[in-house]
Write a protein that binds this ligand. Structure first.
Ligand code: ADP
Length: 622
């Protein structure tokens, strides 16, 4: 049966991918060579790793390398590797479907990117199918390292492919590209050589172009820093990161204790996740003595550092460790801790060295560090130094650090304050900052949904508690204020105040937990504060949204309403209660809704608008 030719349809997603590859990727055509070399190199890496784990492998004597042969007359380009090879079944699935998890989204995103900017495509790594950018026919001959008989896969990339048994092959894979008429140039040696130099010079196996090795195989991370040029580093970044541009930051470090580590880590310029391309895969490869153990390793760095590209090489790892064993390996955990701390220290140093460059980084990748704070307790101390927020003292768009905040604190201030809002203007015109402005106490502005969670997780910085200004128990008063307060003749008399408060409590009974006289409002009549010391209004909003998304009813807890007894509106309200109680009740409900809106919380807009018109009608005498 297996000697017969079998024909197979490409999976639907693969057909779409092929269609994009064939029709819209001309400008980036050169990358097909990079993609095929990269697949060959992966197969060789796997082979090298497997041969460490097993004694006997099929064709064990064959050197691990990639050969490229050209035929200008026949218009073919052939790439051969002596890697792990593929069985018949593997040919069928690997070269018929898309291996990516979430392949549907992948193809949709790719199509989107192809429309926007074809240069983005390179970053996607279209893989094997890139061959069809230049090929009218692709033939893949492959024999697996398990020694089973070899097979030949053939397709023109339109709808189907065939597989036929192909005896007499060596271990590995040979890909024969029959070049399209407008791609005949890829059979010219100088052209192919340039492409290899541009994209594949760091491939750790010899690449032989018509018998001649065209790359240097020395691993850059094992070389001494002062021997490596900027250009080499940048080229290496492009190679490991599949990138087109240059990195934003680079950290090359080598240590011998507590573990032997050589690492080169790059921060890219762009955040693809932030651009809406879906979650990025980790970009750091784990090596042991220059042998790739785990590509795009999920273990060597925490998940929130998935935007990093580069390599980590440690001689201390057992060479024959299997990928599965990496998961809970104590040594890997230790490595991860050391490298993460080193990288965070590096960021802190960069921030001190060039604050503007750090801010650029923060604006692009800060969200990952915030994710780190909320998901990973282990590095909170280091991360706390790296987070940035705007504040009442910072310039617009120039966030400040917690360290700077603490340095600017007046004597006697024990806590670090923050308040959430959609933007600077909204926060500054809202009620929460009034007393801070009056007393010239700095307050941080948290403007992203995740921010209050971040500060909540941190809990404190440098021994100072982090406190949201919408907390009910916040107390900014000091002895002299209280003296000043009692002198404040403008305020509603204490008896009338108590009466109004108890009336409000009754009137707003089903909405509020408590009504309290505010000690911190200056101009605004009222504000909402959270009696629960843990939740802030912003956190409540985020959690309500996530419950709604899951189709659950959002929970909302009752808030406290603080009122400003010195506000003209509140003073008049006390009068109104006596003269026209139903109208006073509408005003009270409107004050409550306004305060809720200023807290960023949800009110029923229909009810609110109807009531608002009722009040306006009265105001204009309609
Ligand atoms: P990716 O490399 O991103 O997984 P590809 O479409 O390029 O996606 O390749 C799909 C799969 O086909 C690979 O994961 C690998 O298992 C297999 N493959 C491709 N090229 C080779 C090769 N030269 N040798 C062995 N296996 C290969």
């Amino acid at each position: 049966m297996s000697s017969q030719t079998s024909t197979h349809e490409f999976q639907a997603e693969t057909k779409k991918l092929l269609d994009i590859v064939i029709h819209s990727l001309y400008t980036e055509r050169d990358i097909f060579i990079r993609e095929l070399i990269s697949n060959g190199s992966d197969a060789l890496e796997k082979m090298r790793h497997e041969s460490l784990l097993k004694k006997e492998v099929f064709d064990g004597h064959v050197p691990l390398e990639i050969s490229i042969d050209l035929d200008e007359k026949e218009h073919t380009l052939t790439i051969t590797d002596s890697g792990i090879g593929m069985t018949r079944a593997e040919l069928e699935t690997n070269l018929g479907t898309i291996a990516h998890s979430g392949s549907g989204t992948f193809v949709a995103e790719l199509a989107e990117a192809a429309k926007k900017d074809v240069s983005l495509i390179g970053q996607f790594g279209v893989g094997f199918y890139a061959a069809f950018m230049a090929a009218e026919k692709v033939t893949v001959q492959s024999r697996s390292w398990d020694g089973s008989e070899g097979n030949e896969w053939v397709s023109d990339g339109t709808g189907s492919f065939s597989i036929t048994e192909c005896p007499g092959l060596h271990r590995g894979t040979r890909i024969i590209i029959d070049l399209k008429e407008d791609a005949h140039g890829y059979a010219e040696k100088w052209k192919v050589e340039n492409i290899i130099k541009q994209y594949s010079s760091f491939v750790p196996f010899p690449i032989k172009l018509e018998g001649e090795t065209v790359n240097t195989v020395q691993a850059i991370w094992t070389r001494s820093k002062n021997e490596i040029t900027e250009e080499e580093y940048n080229d290496f970044y492009k190679f490991v990161g599949n990138a087109m541009d240059e990195p934003q930051f680079r950290l090359h470090f080598s240590v011998d204790a507590p573990l032997a580590i050589n690492a080169v880590l790059f921060v890219p310029k762009e955040n693809f996740e932030g651009m809406g391309f879906g979650r990025v895969d980790p970009g750091v490869n784990l090596y042991c003595q220059r042998i790739l153990i785990d590509q795009h390793s999920e273990h060597i760095l925490p998940e929130w550092l998935r935007f990093l590209k580069g390599v980590v090489d440690s001689e201390d790892l057992p060479l024959n460790i299997s990928r599965q064993a990496l998961q809970d390996n104590a040594l890997v955990l230790k490595l991860r801790k050391v490298i993460t701390k080193r990288f965070l220290k590096f960021l802190d140093e960069e921030a001190k060295r060039d604050a503007d460059a750090y801010l650029d980084f923060w604006n692009t990748f800060g969200i990952y560090l915030k994710e780190g704070v909320t998901s990973d307790f282990e590095f909170q101390k280091e991360l706390a130094k790296l987070v940035r927020f705007e504040s009442s003292r910072s310039e617009d768009g120039k966030p400040t650090s917690l360290t700077e905040y603490v340095e600017g604190m007046d004597e006697g201030q024990e806590e670090i304050y923050y308040i959430n809002g959609p933007n600077r203007a909204a926060i500054e015109s809202g009620p929460y900052v009034e007393m801070f402005t009056k007393k010239n106490i700095e307050i941080l502005y948290t403007m992203e949904p995740i921010d209050d969670f971040v500060l909540n997780h941190l809990g404190e910085f440098d021994g100072k508690k982090l406190v949201s200004a919408d907390r009910a128990d916040l107390d900014l008063s000091s002895a002299d204020d209280e003296a000043a307060e009692t002198e404040n003749k403008e305020k509603l008399g204490s008896e009338a105040g108590v009466e109004l408060i108890s009336w409000l409590k009754k009137t707003l009974e089903d909405k509020v937990a408590e009504v309290i006289e505010s000690k911190r409002l200056v101009d605004s009549p009222a504000m909402i504060v959270n009696p629960d010391g843990f939740m802030t209004s912003s956190m409540e909003r985020v959690m309500a949204a996530s419950r709604m998304e899951k189709g659950m009813v959002p929970e909302s807890s009752k808030k406290n309403l603080e009122i400003n007894l010195a506000s003209p509106l509140i003073k008049q309200l006390a009068e109104l209660v006596k003269n026209d109680e139903p109208f006073a009740a509408d005003v009270a409900a409107q004050i409550y809704d306004n305060a809720m809106i200023q807290a960023g919380l949800v009110v029923d807009p229909m009810v609110m608008v109807e009531r608002n018109y009722k009040i306006l009608n009265k105001a204009v005498g309609a």
